[in-house]
Design a binder for this molecule. Structure first.
Ligand SMILES: C[S@@+](CC[C@H](N)C(=O)[O-])C[C@H]1O[C@@H](n2cnc3c(N)ncnc32)[C@H](O)[C@@H]1O
Length: 362
């Protein structure tokens, strides 16, 4: 049996191709199926899609030395990182979660040839509410930003024990996204140089902080309805919190601007300018330092919910008032105060009390 040092020397002396042969792994790329962009079903090289063994040869022993035994690659592809962890540390275990079955099948078959295959594979969507994350000491992330990553972060944040999170930058926006979470997902001083060409030449190690007192504050806010209170200022990352919530479909931002309050669903930050928030419904850029922002659950009451749906889907509408009727428009803005009204694509604002008829233009 080889020692860890011997194994590392062996791995370092081999090419990536030779190591794939050693692990009996084919780094398959294109998969014949339509699907979401984040699954990278076509057009990527294996080098871009998968992390190389060589990029993990320092971080893995470091983590093991810190006491980590359970590795989880969230979006594990063909399972390279898991196979490597399980082979390096025979008393440890590796978990891979992957949505593309062809990739996971490759991982499973390679794992069968390992001498001590403490590997566990989950075919599923790590972002789905019903998919529990495997319990692990380390979570490895090489993923795009977007709603799936947000869902994953929410799950990691809710874990009750601390974990390491190891991150490879995907497109240049992942590490900036994580800055908003730095109060519970703290970047450690430890980072490791990558040999592969990536958007950022460093592999960064983070540590979750499940004991952070603000987590209970967030829990308390979760149960409330209406506009979030002034104590939002207690949050170490108020904007990060607002954005994280507003990415979710059942929340919206409340913007106070020029003595007026209106509501908006967001897409996210425009990363080239971290001062601005890009509204999705209505499409609008606002500089968050220049307005006051609140957050609320989308109200369930019938006219509001209907208006929010129309705003989101840019539904063609026809409205009538006591003074005018029959105009074809789209709903732009829902204004809450000082006078509740709706603003339409023709620029006209109508007070809610004067809307005698507003319906879909079929
Ligand atoms: C850039 S690759 C990284 C693969 C692997 N972690 C590595 O570093 O070698 C991202 C992988 O995550 C998978 N993936 C993306 N979103 C997923 C989701 N919501 N659930 C499960 N797997 C997902 C993709 O199919 C892809 O195989």
């Amino acid at each position: 049996m080889k020692t860890l040092a011997q194994k590392i020397l062996f791995l370092k002396s081999q090419s990536l191709k030779a190591l794939d042969q050693f692990f009996q792994l084919r780094p398959i790329t294109d998969v014949e199926r339509d699907g979401a962009d984040v699954l990278y079903l076509k057009g990527l090289t294996p080098e871009a899609l998968y992390t190389s063994y060589h990029d993990l040869l320092e971080v893995m022993p470091w983590l093991y030395q810190q006491g980590a035994r359970r590795w989880c690659d969230v979006g594990c592809g063909v399972g390279r990182t898991c196979l490597l962890w399980a082979w390096l540390f025979e008393d440890a275990e590796a978990h891979g979660v992957e949505l593309v079955p062809e990739r996971l099948e490759e991982a499973r078959s390679a794992a069968r040839s390992l001498p001590a295959p403490h590997t566990y594979w989950i075919e599923g969507d790590f972002a789905s509410p019903s998919q529990k994350l495997p319990d692990a000491d380390v979570y490895f992330i090489y993923l795009a930003t977007g709603p799936q990553l947000d869902a994953l972060l929410t799950k990691l944040k809710r874990r009750s024990s601390p974990a390491w999170v190891v991150v490879v930058e995907s497109h240049g926006d992942l590490k900036p996204r994580l800055q908003w979470e730095a109060w519970w997902l703290a970047p450690t001083a430890t980072r490791f140089a990558l040999q592969s060409q990536r958007h950022d030449p460093w592999l960064q190690v983070y540590r979750t902080r499940p004991d952070h007192p603000v987590l209970s504050l967030e829990d308390a806010w979760e149960g409330r309805s209406g506009l979030l209170p002034n104590e939002l200022a207690l949050h170490p990352s108020p904007l990060g919190y607002l954005l994280g919530k507003s990415f979710q479909r059942h929340w919206e931002l409340v913007v106070e601007e020029f003595a007026e309050m209106w509501t908006m669903e967001t897409l996210g930050l425009t990363w080239f300018n971290p001062q601005s928030i890009q509204g999705e419904h209505p499409p609008r850029q606002i500089e968050w330092t220049k307005v006051k922002l609140g957050l609320r659950r989308l109200p369930e009451d019938v006219p509001y919910r209907q208006w929010a749906d129309w705003r989101r889907h840019e539904t063609s509408l026809r409205y009538s008032t006591a003074h005018a009727d029959g105009r074809r428009v789209k709903l732009r803005k829902i204004i809450l105060s000082p006078v509740p009204c709706l603003e339409f694509s023709d620029g006209v604002r109508i007070q809610c009390q004067d809307l005698t008829n507003l319906e879909e233009d079929k």
